[in-house]
Design a protein around this ligand. Structure first.
Ligand code: PRP
Ligand code: URA
Length: 208
């Protein structure tokens, strides 16, 4: 059973519309990616484990909570980079592990070019960050890498998905929750999401 969460939060939907607009400049685009990522990560981390922790307020003792799980943010280079900073500010003790993959434009298959994961896992929950889930090849390859590493809990946080990407990721890794702002209509003949937003990496880095 696919574990897919499509956010219907009005702020996310509003910002996603601005993001899609072809007139949105890279600076504004980066700002929007950052803001939407924070809200999606907030939704994706609702089930993190906490333990009770007492705290002294100026008025006396209060019951509190402390996060139990150590989080790894795993941006897929390049486009996932823009999702890191805002989320990291919200959870500054998270570790950031970059995975370098690019999609071969001819085969649409992911090609790995950067991975510096240490020998043993250092986090309990991994949030894969990538704005686009198109064919799903890059996401599946990243989950494969993280599971080989020994990651126990993995979630995918993205902005826009194609139905094909959701199907591929959830078939390959049904235990990976997918948190997304919108599921679009389809992929076109060159593997781009329609209507999507174009090339998420190029639009952030001004390289289109
Ligand atoms: C984009 C995007 C995903 C991938 C999605 O990256 O950021 O990583 O394509 O496509 P898939 O689901 O079909 O694998 P791209 O390969 O363009 O690299 P970039 O981020 O460096 O621009
Ligand atoms: N990568 C992108 O950046 N956009 C798409 O629509 C598909 C893959």
């Amino acid at each position: 059973m696919a574990d897919v969460h499509v956010s219907n939060h009005p702020l996310i939907q509003h910002k996603l519309t601005l993001l899609r607009n072809k007139s949105t400049e890279p600076k504004k685009f980066r700002e929007l990616v950052r803001e939407i990522a924070i809200m999606l990560a907030y939704e994706a981390t609702q089930d993190l484990a906490v333990s009770p922790k007492a705290v002294e307020t100026p008025m006396g003792p209060a019951a509190g909570a402390e996060l139990q799980e150590h989080i790894g943010l795993v941006p897929i280079l390049r486009a996932g980079l823009g999702m890191v900073e805002g989320i990291w500010e919200m959870m500054p003790s998270a570790e950031v592990w970059h995975i370098g993959l690019y999609r071969d434009e001819r085969t649409l298959r992911p090609v790995e070019y950067y991975n510096k994961l240490p020998v043993a896992p250092t986090v309990q929950v991994c949030l894969i960050l990538d704005p686009m889930l198109a064919t799903g090849g890059s996401a599946v390859a990243t989950v494969d890498i993280l599971k080989r590493w020994g990651a126990q809990r993995v979630k995918f946080v993205g902005l826009i998905a194609a139905p094909e990407g959701i199907e591929r990721l959830s078939s390959a890794h049904p235990d990976v929750a997918i948190h997304i702002a919108e599921v679009d209509e389809r992929l076109n003949s060159i593997g781009y999401i329609v209507p999507g937003l174009g090339d998420a990496g190029d639009r952030q880095f001004g390289t289109g």
